[in-house]
Structure formats: C-alpha cells, structure tokens
Design a protein around this ligand. Sequence first.
Ligand SMILES: C[S@@+](CC[C@H](N)C(=O)[O-])C[C@H]1O[C@@H](n2cnc3c(N)ncnc32)[C@H](O)[C@@H]1O
Ligand SMILES: [Zn+2]
Length: 419
Amino acid sequence: MLSLSPTTLSSSFSPKTLNPNRKPSNLRSLTAILSNSHHETERGFQFDIGDTFFRHESATGRDLGVLAAALYKKSNKNLRVLDAMCGCGIRSLRYLAEAEADFVLANDANEECNGVIVGNLLRVVKEEEGRWEVSHSVANRVLAEKYVEREYFDFVDVDSFGSDSSFFRLAFDVVKIGGLLYVTSTDGFSSGGHRPNHSLAAYGAYIRPLPYSNEIGLRMLIGGAMREASVLGYHVSPLFSYYSYHGPVFRVLLRLNRGKPPHGIHYRFIGYCESCGHSQAISWDKLGQMKCPCGSDAPDSLVVSGPLWTGPLHCASYLTEMHTLAGEWGWLGDGTKNDLDKLLLRMIDESDPSLPFGYIQLDEIASRAKVNSPRLVTLMSAIQQNGYNVSRSHISNNAIKTNCPMSECIRITKDIQNA
Ligand SMILES: C[S@@+](CC[C@H](N)C(=O)[O-])C[C@H]1O[C@@H](n2cnc3c(N)ncnc32)[C@H](O)[C@@H]1O
Ligand SMILES: [Zn+2]
C-alpha cells in the first residue's frame, strides 16, 4: 500500500513512488474504499473527504475559481479543466456541476485519494457521460503528457503547497491562448521577506521584509508566472489576486496572452524607506540610483525587493462580472464573516489603476504622526478631500491603498487628530 503523506508531496517528490506506466482508471482503489468517510457540504454539494487534505477555509478560493470558470464557459461555450492537485476532488466536482465544464481531468499524485475523488465526481456526473477522468501523477508529469499529446485546456487549477513554481512553464504549454491559469503559493515566510534566497529560487524575486508583505506574496507569484510566460513568448494578465490568512494562501488567476504586454511591463522593484515610510517603484534603468526622496542617509534605510509585479492586482471589469454572476447564483449577502459580496466589492475598489502597489496600515501612519489612529472612514474621506484616491485593502482590515504619499497621510492624520 502507498503511504504518501499529502502534506509532503510536491513537485520534487520522486515519481518512482508511483508506477509511471500505470494508467489509473476511474476505479476506486481498495484502500480508498476502506478508508474513513468524512462528509462535508459546500454550496449545497455533499462530498466525502476521506483521509485527503481538505480545508473548509479554502471555500472562498474555490468560489472564485468556479465563478471565473463559469464566465469562461459562458463566453467561450467550451470549458476543459485540468485540476492538477485535486485532493478529494471538490473543485473538479464544482467545475463540473456549477461551471458546467465539458470535461475535467482530476489529478492528484496520491493514489489513495482515488476512491474519494471518483465517488465525489459520480455524485454529479455519471461516468458514462465521459465528462471526467481521474489520474494520479505528479502535476508536472500530467502537464508534460498533455502537452505531448496536444491536449490543451481552457482552465488549469494548481492548488499547490509552499512556493512550488516548477509547473509554471509546463502549465503555460497546456493552457490555451486566452485560457486561464489559477495558481497558488502558501509560502508566508518568503512573502514576509524571511527567506529571500528561497523566493529568488522560486519566483526570481529577492524579497525583504516590507509592511505590506501579504500583498507582496501575490505580487511575487504574479511576477514569477510572468517571467516564465515571457520565456515562451507570452504574457499574463492578472484577473484577480486573493490573499487569505488561513494558511496563508495566495491565489492568482492569470489569463495567458500571446506576445509582449501591450502597455509596457509592470515588472519592477519596490523600494520602501524605513526612515519616512515612503514606497516607490524602481525601474530597471534606475537600479544604480536608488534613493528615497526624503534624502535619508541612514544606513540601510531603503529596503528593496523584486523584481515583481507592480501593476494592478485585479481587473475591475472582470471582477464586476464575477460579482454579477455571484448575485445571480444567490451567493451574495449571506452575512457570514467571509462574505463574498464584501470581498469582491473591496477587490473591485482596489483595482483602481491609479492606486499604487502596497497598503498602509493605519497604525503605521499614527505611529509616525505620534497621534492615536484615526477612524478608517474619517481618514479615507480626508484623503479624498485632499485630492487623492483611496480604497480599502481586501488583505488587511485596518489598512488603506492610496496614491497619497506617506508624508501627506501623516499631515492629514495630524490635522484630524489635532482638530
Ligand atoms: C492543497 S491540497 C489540494 C486541495 C484541493 N484542491 C481542495 O480544494 O480541497 C494539495 C494536493 O496536492 C497533492 N499533491 C502534492 N504534490 C503534488 C504533485 N506534485 N502533483 C500532484 N499532486 C500533488 C496532495 O496529495 C494534495 O491532495
Ligand atoms: Zn524616506
């Protein structure tokens, strides 16, 4: 019997642990039939998680993926999905039932998931319909095989652990041009700047600690994908970027496009001045002249990270379509803590292209201003009255995104608190 621990599988685990010639059919394995049943319900679908890796808290990431897949199906009429690390198969089930995928390949390297996955998919689509298949290879192997077989997909979901980025290039080989790639990182150490050599290896970005590290996690993931896509003569556009503190999980939906990006490239370095709190994007040709406008000559005050994605995290019109569809499906306003309505509206707000990367914690402004934190709504309206744009951040409840420089935020905050 195989004894692979789902939490330890990765791109680097030896394919020798699985028989590469075995073509696992959709038949349930004996071990899985004998394994414990643990039932869960999500969006009205009951399914078994058995002993597979499953997290309730990832439901919002699944909702977002299903909405995007459904929009794709509506506009392209056809939807072939590759769910490369499917666990119990809940995503595959939902891509079939809710996004009405024409075909889903549900893959998980762990053969012991077989019975659970097959049982779950049978709940929504009969095997005879030929709308799904289950396989058990490492993701890179499935992607490579599909590329060799010239079988392309509209939507590839890779729900990986850690900072696995080894699948990027193969994934771009099997995603159709105009198709979607939904990728993951759960590496909070790298986004927090605690493993710069690791983020450099995984995403080509040397990341140092920054006050908006959870946004950096999304930007390093997009940047890494962007770099790999450009090797093949493609570029990617982020349709949405979602951070969840459970994990943490960084999820990004990318559209694959042919050729270079149309409007130059938002792939630069980020500089944060610890002396004054000012952030700036640094282009490649300015690498030798990095200095904060505050003129600080305190040693090491300028913290530089990158290269990474410095453009908008999302596409507002795309998110608006997702929001409309979620409304049609009755998914909005359920009043729960993870309210999808609130999340999507906040993401739409922060898509404003005039807003720079990063967010500013109110506590940071208050501590630099040496006053108590103002109320978030009060500060936001004062910033707007001063002619700047501002939104909340979906990543942090007590932070703002704004094109108002830190020095101005401090002045405005002092005015509010001393008024
Ligand atoms: C985060 S879990 C998947 C959860 C699932 N997508 C969901 O939404 O419930 C990751 C899964 O990937 C599998 N896995 C790990 N490394 C893999 C690899 N290199 N190729 C394919 N599957 C892998 C694990 O067995 C595990 O079931
Ligand atoms: Zn400065």
